[in-house]
Design a binder for this molecule. Structure first.
Ligand SMILES: *Cc1c(COP(=O)(O)O)cnc(C)c1O
Ligand code: SF4
Length: 436
């Protein structure tokens, strides 16, 4: 291998990083202040292999990992800074952190409506929003190898217990799945399930291969580990066990899909990630890729086209381009919907059909995944053309609908129906579903 092989995963307090001299005093202050509110964590691979320290603070991976001042609203930043400067008690600091976090929309898209129950017991680590697919949040996987500054799951890593999805009661999941024969997919998510040991992963996955689970055809694992810690599949102590577990799933006759999160082509450029992809693919597992479109990180059609081409080159399947969710540091990352569509369109136009398995830009909003098909004019009115890729009601999928054009809109809640209509076609039913 050309690049370093890390056999041990090292976490850094930012003050210990070898490149600290490149971070200005002002930036250090921001890491301290913003890092109190949004969780911060980085590791040796990200620092040494992915970040280009000659281009900070504008390096995309630096922005993906290190908090900066603009990631908080000015009033939140000032409040946090003032509280820290006056040597407030731990309790007061904690109160301020909690207050700021509560104003950052910690639970976007009404996820609480997705929690099902078995025998009257709420499954706190399960979300079942779309008929075919159940999300599972294993307790031991609710952390990541490094934290993204754009993360929409940040309450999973903060002490915000009301907003945390997690459970370790595998029997309840199995019981739920047995009584839901229409579910074909179980998606392990987090955090990052690949932070679990192979042994714990097996304890969750193997029961899904057993008798009575024939309807579960696809097991998916949502993970950022290929981008942040590819050694999970190469040199970690139980890397071989992970690979054997994947082989076991494939041998059982099910599809195994690694839903890999890549936000920038740099993450696909090291020897380690290439080897990790080859190793995963050798098991028969597929790798599908997804990412939000993020200002200051990847808001450029060339970056996306390069990313999709590299992915296809490496035998991965481009899957989703998301619109940045309305939570956390959204003002730093958000891109107006029209610009999202333009970036998608230009990138899509410049790649061949094998990359066009990607769908987007898509908003994962309360009613479902809504794709922006484009901006056009209908009967003299400028409109957004939209459609559901996934809906709380399966019947909503693939129906075009229209919203009034709005140059500034960055999220569904800012859109109004076109042609003077009072509501979108799905709204009555959505209200009905929510009341249930
Ligand atoms: C995206 C998503 C899924 C998976 O949807 P697919 O289109 O099948 O990939 C499942 N559940 C939730 C809540 C989601 O947001
Ligand atoms: S890898 Fe995913 S869950 Fe983990 S910090 Fe990044 S966005 Fe959040």
């Amino acid at each position: 291998m050309e690049t370093n092989v890390y056999r041990s995963y090292m976490l850094y307090n930012y003050k210990q990083i070898p490149h600290i001299s490149k971070i200005t005093d002002d930036e250090r202050e921001a890491i301290e202040v913003v890092g109190r509110v949004l969780p911060f964590k980085t590791n040796n691979y990200v620092i040494n292999e992915l970040i280009n320290w000659d281009s900070i603070p504008n390096d995309p991976i630096f922005n993906l990992n290190f908090p900066c001042r603009e990631m908080l609203l000015r009033r939140h930043y000032n409040l946090m800074k003032k509280t820290m400067d006056k040597n407030a008690s731990q309790e007061e600091i904690a109160r301020v952190i909690k207050r700021i976090r509560s104003e950052l929309n910690p639970n976007p898209s009404g996820q609480e409506y997705n929690i099902p129950a078995v025998d009257g017991i709420e499954l706190k680590g399960v979300q079942h929003k779309y008929r075919e697919t159940v999300l599972f949040f294993p307790s031991q996987g609710q952390t990541c190898h490094a934290y993204c500054t754009f993360c929409f799951r940040w309450p999973q890593f903060s002490d915000m217990h009301n907003f945390k999805f997690a459970m370790k009661e595998n029997e309840l999941l199995v019981k739920y799945l047995k009584t839901h024969p229409k579910v074909t997919d179980v998606l392990f998510t987090g955090g990052d399930p690949m932070t679990m040991t192979a042994k714990i992963m097996a304890s969750y996955i193997e029961p899904l291969l057993a008798e009575g689970m024939e309807h579960i055809q696809t097991i998916r694992i949502g993970t950022k580990s290929l981008a942040y810690w590819p050694y999970r599949f190469l040199t970690d102590n139980d890397a071989d066990d992970v690979i054997q577990l994947f082989e076991k799933v494939i041998k059982s006759g099910k599809n195994l899909a690694i839903m890999a999160h890549f936000n920038h082509p740099v993450e696909l450029s090291t020897e380690a990630v290439k080897q990790a992809i080859i190793r995963i693919r050798s098991t028969g597992a597929q790798i599908r890729t997804q990412s939000p479109l993020l200002k200051n990180i990847n808001d450029n059609p060339d970056v996306w086209a390069e990313m999709w081409r590299k992915q296809v080159n490496l035998n991965c399947i481009p899957y989703y381009m998301f619109v940045e969710r309305d939570t956390g540091a959204k003002q730093f990352f958000e891109v107006p919907l029209e610009r999202c569509w333009n970036i998608f369109r230009k990138a899509y136009q410049s790649v061949s059909g094998v990359c066009r398995t990607v769908r987007g830009p898509s908003m994962s909003a309360n009613p479902g995944k809504i794709q922006i098909l484009g901006v056009t004019e209908v009967a003299g009115e400028k409109v957004f053309v939209l459609r559901f890729l996934q809906g709380r009601d399966p019947d909503w999928a693939a129906r075009p609908f229209f919203a009034k054009y709005d140059a500034k809109a960055t999220w569904l809640n800012q859109l109004k129906p076109a042609f003077g209509e009072e509501k979108f076609f799905y709204e009555d039913e959505l209200n009905h579903i929510k009341k249930k």
